[in-house]
Design a protein around this ligand. Sequence first.
Ligand code: Q46
Ligand code: ZN
Ligand code: ZN
Length: 303
Amino acid sequence: MKCTVCRGPAVMDVRRHNANFCAEHFLKLCRDQVAKAIKEHRMLEPTDRALVAVSGGKDSLAVWDILVGLGYDADGLYLGLGIGDYSDASGEMARRFAADQGLKLLEVDLPADHGFDIPTGAKAAKRVPCSACGLSKRHLFDEAARTHGYDVVVTGHNLDDEAAVLFGNVLHWQTEYLGRQLPVLPERHGFPRKVKPLVRLGEREMAAYCVLRGIDYIVEECPMAAGNKHLGYKEALNLIEAASPGTKHDFYFGFLARASDRFTPEAEAEQDLLLRCARCGAPTTTELCAFCRLAERASGGRA
Ligand code: Q46
Ligand code: ZN
Ligand code: ZN
C-alpha cells in the first residue's frame, strides 16, 4: 500500500476518498478537511475565542489539537458527569492532554457543582441516561461560554455521528430536529454559536489521527451507552458504507445541500417561543429550563 500523495509506505486507507496515506499526509488530510469544513460553513473567524467541549475521547481531543495547530484560540471545557470510573478516567485523559500541550482546560463537575450525577439524575427524572446527559451537556457548555465570554462552542461530532443522527431523525421524521441538524448553529436568543469542524472526517480517521499524533484518549465506551439507539444506527450505516464507500458522506452532505433548509421553518417556530428560565436565566420554552427541572427532580425538590 503506497501513499497516494508521495508514493511512500502508507499507514492508512480512506476508502471513501479511494486513497491511501503515509503518516505525514494523513495528518495533513485531517487538518485540510477541518480547514475546509470551517471555511465552507463559515464556522470560525480568526479572532474568535473558541471553547472546545472535551470528553477525553478521540474526537474532542483531535478537534482541539487540530484547531490549535491551525492557529485558533481554543480552550477546553471538561464536564465531570459522575459516571463512576468512566468519568474519572476520561477526566484524567483530558487533563493530561491539556497539561502536555500547555492548553487551558476549564472544568465543571456536575455532582460537586450541581448536586447530582447522570445515573441518579436520569433515574429521578425518569429519562434515559443519554437524554439527561445530553441536555445537561448542552446547558453547561452554553452557560460556560456565556460566563467566560467565548464566541463559539466547538464539539467533536464527526461524520459517523452526524450521519447516524440524521438517519435516526429521518427514520422517525423528527422534522424540528432536521431543521437544526447543521454543522453551524448561529448565535441567537442567548445561545452561543455551535460548530462541528469534524463533519468531513470519520470515526476511524479520528482514532488514527490520535494514534499518529501520540494523543492518549479514553477508548472505553461510556457504560451508559448500552441500548442507545444511535449505536444501532451507526452499525446499520457501517454495513451500507462497507458495501458502498462514500454513502455516509453523500447522505449527510446531500441533506445539507438539498434538503435541510426545507425544515428550517419548523426549527424556527420553536425558537420564537423562547423565554428566560426563572431560575438560571437560560433560554427555554417553559418556566424552568430542562436542566433546572432535571436538577430539581434529582434533588427531590430541594434544588
Ligand atoms: S456520555 Fe452521556 Fe454519552 Fe454516556 S450518558 Fe450517553 S450521552 S453515552 S456521548
Ligand atoms: Zn505521503
Ligand atoms: Zn434553568
